[in-house]
Write a protein that binds this ligand. Structure first.
Ligand code: ADE
Length: 251
């Protein structure tokens, strides 16, 4: 079967950079969303801004699968670090996704996905490995080939790559208290964001392989708000473009 790669991004500007990589573009609008259909490196793909939060991302991911028939799905965006040792600019690729704000106790256990009998959704091992290879290649070439020297200095970038659990919820986490609450209950989680686990659930139900790639933009504590905006403009957009083009080159 011919591959048809779905690419979702959590920030509009970030995904604009990815859209710029496409040739033979067609734009399709559904449900206040813009889907750009085209090719990167001669591989068919569909790129869209997921919008923010689990519900919005669920709608976008479902449309990608049902309307555009994607065979694989990559989600790219930023996240707040939970694990010690992760720093701004590092990249996390998902092994498992969990919704940290899901709680249907006492019917089922905390974090359990209703009627799905599980807490975690695994990302696809092959796509996860492929994304890992793409990021490793880029990091070997050096971060200064992805972003400006000024940004490398400003954010003290010396990125490393990590694989592990990512938690999603409908909250921007920017306090030490909230950060600790999540870590106490889900100690293996590397970072938090607002869409990955929702997209994972869509992909699980439709049987579409997926993986999530997140750049650490903040430390999910009281500094989170300040760091975030500047980081998106100066770093995340360029990272996304580089990572997606390298993934499409390796496919
Ligand atoms: N995306 C980037 N940083 C985040 C944070 N601190 N909380 C939730 N989503 C994020």
């Amino acid at each position: 079967m011919m591959r048809n790669i779905g690419i979702l991004g959590a920030m509009a500007q970030e995904i604009d950079e990815v859209k710029a990589l496409l040739t033979e573009k067609t734009i399709v609008k559904i449900a206040n969303r813009e889907f750009v259909v085209g090719k990167i490196n001669n591989v068919r793909c569909v790129v869209a801004f997921s919008k923010w939060g689990k519900v919005a991302a669920t709608i976008t991911a479902t449309l990608l699968v049902q309307e555009f028939g994607v065979t694989d799905l990559f989600f790219i965006g930023t996240a707040g670090a939970l694990a010690d040792g992760l720093k701004v600019g590092d990249i996390v690729i998902s092994k498992r996704l969990v919704q940290h704000d899901l709680d249907a106790r006492p019917m089922i256990s905390r974090f359990e996905l209703p009627l799905l009998n599980r807490i975690y959704v695994n990302s696809d091992p092959e796509l996860t490995d492929l994304a890992g290879k793409a990021v490793s290649n880029l990091l070997e070439r050096g971060v200064e080939n992805m972003v400006s020297d000024a940004a490398v200095k400003e954010f003290n970038l010396a990125p490393t790559l990590h694989f592990g659990d990512i938690a999603s919820g409908d909250q921007f986490i920017n306090s030490d208290v909230k950060r600790k609450e999540i870590l106490d209950l889900l100690p293996d989680v590397l970072c938090v964001e607002m869409e990955g686990a929702a997209v994972a659930q869509v992909c699980l139900e439709f049987g579409v392989p997926f993986t999530v790639i997140r750049t650490i933009s903040d430390t999910a504590d009281h500094n989170a708000r300040v760091d975030f905006g500047r980081f998106i403009v100066e770093v995340a957009n360029a990272y996304s473009r580089a990572v997606i083009s390298e993934i499409m080159r390796l496919l």
